[in-house]
Design a protein around this ligand. Structure first.
Ligand code: ADE
Length: 241
């Protein structure tokens, strides 16, 4: 999968994404991340990309043309067809695991990061296909949200995680949170690992984990529990717990 991030701060996104699992996936050619500097497409000699908003008001706006040219350069280079373009904005739909799964099917994904007070509406109308927010709070720019999206989507690309099954059995799959996990030592500062996990009895372990997931979801995210599919037995267990 190929990400193209249109930004005024390319080094910020590249530095944030070149380490750990994502960095390794890039070096293994499972992903590519290309940060396109919008300033390279400025059309005046000062290389400025922002201007005052018509009608007045606080702050500056990113101008339409440099953003448009930066996008067009990507389109021309990779596909010569209209690409899916996500504009990161607090006005967008809230990013979810389901959206990540759907976007992970794309071959090319363009992420547009705004700064200052935003971007001239006309270029958004022209190129943006999706408006996405990462939550109800306001950041100084779209770079951190773009990094959140790249990270979330990338780990769903086959081969990126060591263990292909692990992306399937975890928080939000099935709308259940993940069960608690333990590693060595068996006893740490007086706290013991739950007995069942040492039993080697796989069916019992699976049952315990499923119950712990349900309990944890009920306690921490009751809103999710309403959406998940439980057996009759599990429903009873949830009510009693
Ligand atoms: N830009 C500024 N705040 C944002 C948010 N919460 N989500 C996406 N993009 C943003």
């Amino acid at each position: 999968m190929n990400f193209h991030i249109l930004t005024l701060f390319p080094e910020m996104v590249m530095n944030g994404l070149n380490t750990s699992i994502i960095g390794r996936a890039v070096s293994r050619d499972l992903l590519s991340i290309d940060a396109v500097n919008i300033r390279d497409y400025a059309f005046n000699k000062h290389q400025s990309v922002d201007d005052y908003p018509y009608g007045g008001g606080a702050g500056m706006l990113m101008q339409a043309e440099p953003v448009y040219l930066a996008y067009k350069a990507v389109e021309e280079k990779v596909a010569k067809r209209k690409l899916r373009v996500v504009y990161l904005s607090p006005q967008g739909d809230t990013f979810t695991q389901k959206m990540a799964e759907e976007m992970a099917q794309e071959k090319e994904l363009v992420l547009l990061c705004g700064h200052y007070e935003g971007i001239d509406e006309r270029v958004l109308e022209e190129i943006v296909t999706d408006y996405v927010s990462i939550g109800d709070y306001v950041l100084t720019g779209g770079e951190l949200p773009a990094m959140v999206m790249v990270d979330t989507i990338s780990r769903l690309v086959p081969g990126v995680l060591h263990n292909d099954v692990s992306a399937e059995f975890e928080s939000f799959q099935d709308n259940l949170l993940e069960y608690p996990q333990y590693s060595r030592p068996e006893e740490w500062r007086g706290k013991k690992v739950p007995e069942v996990l040492l039993s080697g009895h796989h069916a019992k372990i699976e049952k315990w984990r499923r119950e712990q997931s349900i309990l944890r979801t009920k306690e921490r995210r009751p809103d999710l529990l309403e959406k998940c599919e439980l057996t009759e037995e599990e429903r009873e267990f949830t009510q009693k717990a």
